[in-house]
Design a protein around this ligand. Structure first.
Ligand code: SF4
Ligand code: SF4
Length: 88
């Protein structure tokens, strides 16, 4: 190859990847007067939305992490959690 024979490499411009939506996807409400503090929701929320307060009852400490998977509100034995899906 001479200096004049320049090979131009074509690089494909990558298509814009869809961006993951940031922020919460669910709005979590705990009805404290129904909650018996069994801790199931705290133990099994896959993203760590809850923590136990000093009376061993759950509080929402990371609302931004809720993915609206509905694990907590479908497994709470006392129906003390409601998760409302946030519109995208
Ligand atoms: S699973 Fe329900 S009853 Fe148990 S700690 Fe969580 S909110 Fe309270
Ligand atoms: S809906 Fe899922 S991610 Fe949101 S608080 Fe409940 S268990 Fe955690």
């Amino acid at each position: 190859m001479t200096d004049e024979q320049v090979t131009v490499e074509k690089t494909a411009t990558p298509a814009a990847a869809p961006q993951a939506k940031k922020g919460p996807r669910g709005q979590v409400t705990i009805f404290a007067n129904w909650c018996k503090g069994c801790g199931i929701c705290v133990a099994f929320c896959p993203t760590g939305v809850f923590a136990l307060d000093d009376t061993d009852h759950p509080v929402v400490v990371h609302p931004e992490k809720c993915t609206a998977c509905h694990w907590c509100d479908t497994h709470c034995p006392d129906f003390a959690i409601v998760v409302k899906k946030i519109a995208p």
